[in-house]
Write a protein that binds this ligand. Structure first.
Ligand code: ADP
Ligand code: MG
Length: 206
């Protein structure tokens, strides 16, 4: 079992949207997936109120639940942690237990600094146990200047970004609102980018 955590204390960076769609794609490829909602705002738990998810959803009540994930959810192929919207003990617990940290970041110029706090926690963790980490550009818009600034900021951290970004698309907003993923829509471009991103993620475990 491998644990992947989507972490960025900045709310609105696209953690939940990315977690839902990557998890849906992994489920579609035949993997047994659990998603753990660690956000006190419980967006992913609420998303699943419609009970349309094809993977299992758990809600972490505290960091204790996060520390127990490897033991409690051992029967899954992948456990996906949807991170909290603040730098809390829950974020540190997720960094400590996971095999891969994905840091979703948007091209919005004011958004990047919050991601730095995750980098600090993971650098501290790396003294005990190296942990793989990647940036994931989300809500990507074709605005060259903003994108270049973001790519420069990412390069300065020494942590690589995924080649594949998640584009800003209405289909992500609409499907999540309906308790679904882009795989329930006819947006082929969205489905395609999530599939390529998921392959990039899986390659890190080969
Ligand atoms: P977080 O979990 O980091 O707070 P969310 O996934 O909830 O972020 O996304 C924040 C907002 O941005 C939501 O309203 C969501 O619908 C929207 N959003 C996220 N990703 C995309 C995307 N790729 N395209 C369009 N809107 C997006
Ligand atoms: Mg969220």
């Amino acid at each position: 079992m491998k644990i992947i955590a989507f972490l960025n204390p900045k709310g609105g960076s696209g953690k939940t949207t990315a977690a839902i769609n990557v998890s849906s794609c992994l489920t579609g490829s035949g993997k047994k997936i659990a998603v753990v909602d660690t956000d006190p705002q419980m967006s992913l738990t609420n998303w699943n109120k419609a009970e349309k998810a094809e993977f299992d959803v758990y809600t972490a009540a505290s960091e204790k639940d996060v520390y127990q994930v490897r033991k409690d959810l051992a029967e899954y192929d992948f456990v996906i942690i949807d991170g909290a919207g603040s730098l809390s003990v829950i974020t540190s617990a997720a960094v400590m237990v996971c095999d891969l940290i994905i840091i979703p970041v948007t091209p919005s110029p004011l958004d990047f600094s919050a991601a730095g706090s995750v980098v600090t926690v993971l650098e501290a963790q790396a003294y005990n146990r190296p942990v793989e980490a990647r940036f994931l550009i989300t809500r990507k818009i074709e605005q060259a200047t903003m994108l270049n600034v973001l790519k420069d900021s990412i390069a300065q951290t020494g942590i690589k970004p995924f080649k594949t970004a998640i584009t800003q698309r209405q289909s992500y907003v609409k499907s999540v609102m309906e308790g679904e993923s882009v795989f329930d829509t006819n947006d082929g471009a969205a489905k395609g980018e999530i599939a390529i991103l998921t392959r990039e993620i899986l390659e890190l475990f080969e």
